[in-house]
Design a protein around this ligand. Sequence first.
Ligand code: GLN
Length: 493
Amino acid sequence: METHYMGYELIEKIQLKELKIQDLIQSHYERIEETEPLIHSFTNISKDGALKKAKQLDDKIKTAKSIGKLHGLPIAVKDCICVKNSPTTCASRILEGYHPPFNATVVERLVEHQDAICIGRTNMDEFAMGSSTENSCYGPSKNPWDLERVPGGSSGGSGTALAAGQTVLALGSDTGGSVRSPAAYCGVVGLKPTYGRVSRYGLVSYANSLEQIGPMAKCVRDCALLLEIMAGKDELDSTTMNTPVDDYSEELEQSIKGKILGVPKEFFGEGVDRQVRESVMKSIEVLKQLDAKTVEVSFSHLEYTIPTYYLIAMSEASSNLARFDGLRFGKMTENLEGDVFDVFSRTRGEKFGPEVRRRIMLGSYALSAGYYDMFYIKALKVRTLIKNDFQEAFKKCDAIACPTMPTTAFKLGELLDDPLQMYLMDVLTCPVNLAGLPALSLPCGFDTNALPIGFQLIGNYFDERTILNIGYQLEQELDIYRKTPPLTGGNIK
Ligand code: GLN
């Protein structure tokens, strides 16, 4: 069978007994075999276990027993989210051979409780540090719309797997844009939930005050379904909130008449590509035809978001990654000469890649005595100003509409030697993480190179339903979400 159906369509086919889950899973593995050499979405695939579970589910259906809401749909899980007894490496040499003895809460809910099938682990920037998936110890993933270009990052493998029809559902994590960037560059849908909406238990921490695990899919409806299942209080993560989980899928069809969209001009300014700007503006017009209104909102601290985000993210990373010393966590160096500190530093020097080392060093510096107030504390103060900008904006509007990324996908290698330029790619995504707000990215058009453009909708705290509702209405009007990439360009084998 072809593998470009939406998840909700497949669920219907399974319920009508038109499709066996074993055939569904088998056809996705065939698609993986065919396309993986071109795009490299996965760090690891788990075919035997997946087919076994598919058979169990088919048997269960035969005996008229009900199965979980996700009906055996394949899900690709980013390699920093723990799956019991499956290699979880964060695309880092230091975690080679690590098999967590437990599931992340999201995996427990989606796979164990609601019967999604984990088909493999997706490629990413090492420890989620990057915007292009080029910082993976396994090598980069490639954009299915043009194989010479990056898929975005850090959840790049989840984006490419969806776009190429290797999976139906996927998970990413978003610390500063890592779900939304690959969604935008690969032409799929991704949502970063409100901080505290989804459990982080079992997510290997990069910068824990900023990140959330987010659902990724080929359409807004599938994303809404995933979020419904993932969201909610978890006793294993004290930062999750008791706020009730809405019926996101139910509310997608609602009219958006009278909804007020805030348009922050700063998000359309310098550095934002003309074609991206025009495409997003056109989509805003489409929403206006559906009787949404617009209002200008201002975001005066946008220029400070990159230094603020990177200071906080690197500071937290330097502390979170201290546990990987080869003794408590991580694979120890072979060379055991010297004392314990020699072995620790040799392990970390050998096993972490250059971007991770850079961030640990910069983060440690920002937290060190004498510099702490000047860098880290100052960044926390600016973080409050950024939050205030959003709070002011949400007094006037229901959601904020803007581009997800300032450009479409750039070429592999183009920004690798220029970390600052790479960091600047996050300028429109990381404000959301600093404030802890939810945001959705969905495709809204293509540039003249036929590369997808991402539309970002930012919501108020715990108001995922509004951005999903508006996003769904836009998706239906634009009707481009079924377009599939050519898997050409670059050095095709
Ligand atoms: N590109 C950003 C970073 O490198 C965001 C990554 C993420 O969201 N995990 O930190």
